[in-house]
Design a protein around this ligand. Sequence first.
Ligand SMILES: [Ca+2]
Ligand SMILES: [Ca+2]
Length: 91
Amino acid sequence: MCILMVVGCASPQGNRPFAKRKQAMNDAQERFQAVDVDDNGSLSRDEFSKSQAAKRAADPDKLFNSADTNGDGALTFSELTQAIRKLQSNR
Ligand SMILES: [Ca+2]
Ligand SMILES: [Ca+2]
């Protein structure tokens, strides 16, 4: 029993490579990255204006401003998803 426990503890469970990271990426993230043309992880006003969310919005500029919660002039993925969630819950 002791030996089994030692072997169990020694198995490198924490060392697994993140092989499935790509699969875990969801649609929203893929769309975000497709719009993020300069690939810096955030959407500038210009990039945002080309996104589906902006095209569907009645006032994309207003949407951008309300989504940019930290006011740095760019939307991160989490800022955008929160804004979209807010939009959807309003309907
Ligand atoms: Ca960008
Ligand atoms: Ca921001």
